[in-house]
Design a protein around this ligand. Structure first.
Ligand SMILES: Cc1cc2nc3c(=O)[nH]c(=O)nc-3n(C[C@H](O)[C@H](O)[C@H](O)COP(=O)(O)OP(=O)(O)OC[C@H]3O[C@@H](n4cnc5c(N)ncnc54)[C@H](O)[C@@H]3O)c2cc1C
Length: 447
């Protein structure tokens, strides 16, 4: 292995980190502190050649492969014990064509990289809400964020990609070149190869009205119902997410995070939210889109996380009551139930253009346990599982692959796409990764 490592280093434009090397510990960290794995080697790639070299080395040394973009996947798919990590964190360049309204992002670019580059041209694509999340990882699982009602899912804006397969082939996916692979990348995850470059369509946008509205006391249930009524009307210029949590006194709180892009100075929808009883803090204001992208800034690699949830068609009173009981059962902060509204543009997307299977959902409801003390692992994992089980009666598919833990059964992954789409994804998998080298993901095994 040592001699092989020296040869690997000589053949890379990038770098290879072994456990004794400086920087190894930082490079193996993922967002989720619950994941603490020690790969044999981390290959910091600079391009397609390095990625192909890393695949060859892993095959020659019989090493398991993990792929790291932004390191945010809560399942910790970006790192494996004793294996090889294809680390894309040196490939973060984003190039923008302001006239064509397109952007090309490196395979390891984060949303902060992407938004900073596109906002310099007054342009956006609907992406994730936390800057350190990887563009590729999020896009390949769908992509829900602050502009979902206005522009739809992130993957609907992916128009092309360059991908290196485990066999070392460099292939291009676009509407003209390999439309089937483009379809699979729009939702099917990192199952088919490692993307060196992704190309997106952009829209003009500079300022939004957004921030947080925080409710407490007896107002929480009423404010959640008001959020529900508002998004049920399907406002196209207002994306909205809601977060249930508990405060230090263990009483439920609700944060509603709107993002309004319409023309009104004082939009009626926001007046409606602001006038709900129990409002204790209001930071909603007009600000630059980059400001909106900092409304949520969780620390990287500090909290232990375990998430589980369901897409649902409705948010009936019984479910609201159940969620309030479950958030009280959480017993201490942090941790939350995230309710993402999918009204508006997601349903416009041509269902046959992407592998995602949740366009008909009204909400994505996720129990997100988050804690620091390892001794509390069983308690919080159980809370997330029980909370997801409590909302299961309203569930309409297998759940959101971007938030799934590694212990989800294959049936949940299959249900996330639906039977037909899953079979189509399996055919793509057989074509591009017949040996399932890329299995550290929400896996679509070859048939
Ligand atoms: C704090 C936080 C906030 C989040 N916010 C959102 C959000 O607003 N909206 C949303 O929809 N999701 C969100 N997510 C979920 C996130 O989109 C997924 O977990 C996604 O997989 C993370 O991608 P990553 O590159 O950061 O993660 P990583 O753990 O590095 O990668 C996850 C997997 O993605 C694949 N992958 C990554 N890059 C490539 C590439 N270049 N080529 C091929 N495969 C690749 C690989 O299979 C890899 O194992 C969030 C997650 C966290 C922890």
């Amino acid at each position: 292995m040592d001699q092989g490592l020296n040869e690997l280093r000589r053949s890379l434009a990038g770098a290879a980190l072994a456990p004794a090397d400086p920087g190894y510990d930082a490079a193996r960290r993922s967002f989720n502190a619950l994941v603490d794995r020690r790969p044999a080697v981390i290959v910091r790639c600079l391009g397609a050649d390095d990625i192909a070299t890393a695949f060859d080395f892993a095959r020659a040394q019989a090493l398991e492969v993990a792929v790291r973009g932004g390191g945010h996947n809560p399942a910790g798919h970006c790192v494996c014990d004793g294996g090889l990590v294809i680390d894309l964190s040196l490939m973060r360049r984003v190039e923008v064509d302001g006239e064509a309204r397109t952007a090309r992002a490196g395979g390891g670019a984060t949303w902060l990289d992407f938004d900073s580059a596109t906002q310099a041209f007054g342009l956006v694509t609907p992406g994730g809400i936390v800057g350190s999340t990887g563009v590729a990882g999020l896009t390949f699982g769908g992509g829900i964020g602050h502009l979902t009602a206005q522009h739809g899912l992130t993957c609907d804006h992916l128009v092309g990609a360059e991908v290196v397969t485990p066999a070392g082939a460099v292939i291009h996916a676009s509407a003209d070149q390999d439309a089937e692979l483009l379809w699979g990348l729009r939702g099917g995850g990192g199952n088919f190869g490692v993307a060196t470059r992704l190309e997106f369509r952009l829209h003009p946008l500079e300022r939004v009205v957004g921030g947080r509205l925080t409710y407490g006391g007896n107002g929480v249930a009423g404010a959640l119902r008001r959020f529900r009524a508002l998004v049920a009307r399907g406002p196209r210029d207002l994306s909205c997410q809601a977060v249930l949590a508990v405060d230090e006194s263990l009483a439920p709180t609700l944060v509603v995070a709107p993002c309004y892009t319409g023309a009104a100075g004082d939009p009626e929808e926001l007046r409606e939210l602001r006038s709900a009883a129990g409002l204790i803090d209001d930071s909603v204001r007009s600000h630059a889109f980059l400001g909106q992208q900092h409304v949520f800034n969780p620390p990287y690699g500090e909290d232990r996380n375990y998430w589980k949830g369901h897409f649902v068609r409705e948010l009936p009173d019984e479910m609201i009551d159940e969620l309030l009981r479950r958030i009280v059962a959480l017993g201490r902060p942090p941790g939350q139930v995230l309710i993402e509204s999918l009204h508006g543009a997601p349903a416009d997307g041509d269902a046959s253009s992407a592998a995602v299977g949740f366009r008909d959902a009204a909400f994505n409801v996720s129990a997100m346990a988050s804690w620091r003390d390892a001794a509390l692992d069983p308690r919080y994992i159980q809370w997330a599982r029980e909370t997801a089980a409590a909302i299961e009666p309203w569930s309409m598919s297998g759940g959101y692959v971007n938030y799934m833990q590694a212990d989800e059964p294959i049936d949940r992954v299959r249900a996330a796409f639906g039977e037909q789409a899953f079979e189509r994804l399996q055919a793509l998998k057989r074509r591009h990764d017949p040996d399932n080298v890329l299995h550290r993901n929400q896996n679509i095994p070859p048939p």
